[in-house]
Design a protein around this ligand. Sequence first.
Ligand code: NI
Length: 223
Amino acid sequence: MKKNILTLVLLSSLSASVFAHQAGDFLIRGGLTNVNPDNGKSAILLADTDSTMTLTVDDNTQLGLNFVYFYNNNLAIEVLAATPFTHDVYIQDKNSVLGVDGAKLGKVSQLPPTVSVLYYFNTDSAFKPYVGAGLNYTIFFNEKFSDAPKNLGLSDLSLDGSFGYAVQIGTDYEINKKWSINASARYIDIDTDATFSVGGEKIGKASISVDPMVYSLMIGYKF
Ligand code: NI
């Protein structure tokens, strides 16, 4: 019995190694991608003075897509795309400067296209783990204050684009020659300056380290 199981394991690992990546292979992955910003608090400045208020950005999950092109069995280039992420932004106002502690400040949408070079390890099994490093550009749009902050005279929220590095670990698990399951975790360095107006004057500022962990769970199909 034990021998049979061993044979089965050997056979399955042998057949899996048949699915080694070839130069020119093209893999598309689709699934869920969660962007989970650093929960550190970003100081809010009013007229270049620390207001003692801070803000935090919450997480969001969207449909993520990966396009992976294999240069050879070990090296690939990957592009991460996704439907726009929308994050709620919360304000901490412990000293009651505006009396809005814990309130939703507003929301912001972003797209974080990322290009990475992946290095796949040789495993001779259906598991194809890899590490990756690359570059990210994050575009922010639809920046909006919630009704309460608007009533306090806050307007014209705007967040700068961010250019930074990205690193990741992940693995494909090959079900057969075509289909696979993928899980990955990446860190993206995203920093942005937010500006806004108070009572019509552009005196509000916050430097936000979004620096998210990005988790994906996907299904892959190889062409
Ligand atoms: Ni950063």
